[in-house]
Design a protein around this ligand. Structure first.
Ligand code: MG
Ligand code: MG
Length: 254
């Protein structure tokens, strides 16, 4: 069942989204060689709680931390460890915060120090594919239009698209209907309605599409061990089009 949120409810989601956006901005400023993943997780949880919110991921199906931190060939759901970031790594930071019962969910991928040109291009394409998907997320379009828009940007570069995980509705729950795949055929799927809140989140691989889960039960990696990038933004569908819930403008998106 896909729930439509009222204007008041969307206002609450905007507040939860602001906590996530501020946390990601703070973390972005901390990224440098030598920083441990656990240190990032600790600071994120501190900031989230200082705003009266809860880290949504902590305890979600038993996940042990506030952030999902996924380095290089890790795609999503990496568990913060004592691993130190190294020059040339890329790090996906996925953050969720629940404020007054409403969830914000957003992710960025950041280079550590100076990174290879092919990794910068991967990150930039992933970000561009997210905003292409957002552009298609308007009333009257269909869910397949979002996936088709995301996929078109990724295909242009010949990158792999992760198919096992996808975007989703978001609201009182972290994961609500509908599922929003990062690929698809335009003109197919449910018709998009105002009041829907969606988290779009393309996961893009330098190599092939295939992924696998490590024995920790969480960390998803590319099967060919090539790098992967991830961007996510929660949006509300309004009659005027998509509204960002974690920021005020695209330029502000780190
Ligand atoms: Mg997320
Ligand atoms: Mg998500």
């Amino acid at each position: 069942m896909i729930t439509r949120k009222s204007t008041i409810q969307i206002g609450r989601m905007r507040k939860a989204g602001a906590v996530v956006g501020d946390t990601l901005r703070m973390l972005r400023g901390m990224i440098e060689p030598g920083v441990t993943l656990k240190a990032l997780d600790r600071e994120a949880e501190k900031l989230i709680r200082s705003r009266g919110a809860k880290p949504t991921f902590k305890g979600y199906h038993g996940f042990p931390a506030a952030l999902c931190l996924s380095v290089n060939e890790q795609v999503v759901h990496g568990i913060p460890s004592d691993r130190k970031l190294q020059e040339g790594d890329i790090l996906s930071i996925d953050c969720g915060a629940t404020l007054d019962g409403w969830v914000g969910d957003s992710a960025i991928t950041v280079g550590v120090g100076s990174i290879a040109a092919e990794l910068s291009q991967l990150i930039e394409t992933t970000r561009a594919s997210l905003f292409a998907g957002i552009g298609a997320a308007r009333p009257g379009n269909r869910v397949g239009d979002i996936g088709a828009a995301i996929e078109a940007v990724i295909n242009e570069r010949g990158y792999g698209i992760v198919r096992e995980y996808c975007g989703h509705g978001v609201g009182r729950q972290l994961h609500e209907d509908p599922q929003v795949p990062n690929y698809g055929r335009a003109g197919t799927g449910p018709r998009i309605q105002s009041g829907w809140c969606l988290a779009l989140e393309p996961m893009v691989n330098l190599g092939g599409d295939d992924v696998m889960t490590l024995s920790d039960g969480w960390t998803v990696i590319t099967r060919d061990r090539k790098a992967s990038a991830h961007y996510e933004l929660a949006i509300a569908i309004t009659d005027a089009g998509p509204e960002y819930l974690t920021l005020t403008s695209q330029d502000e998106y780190p």
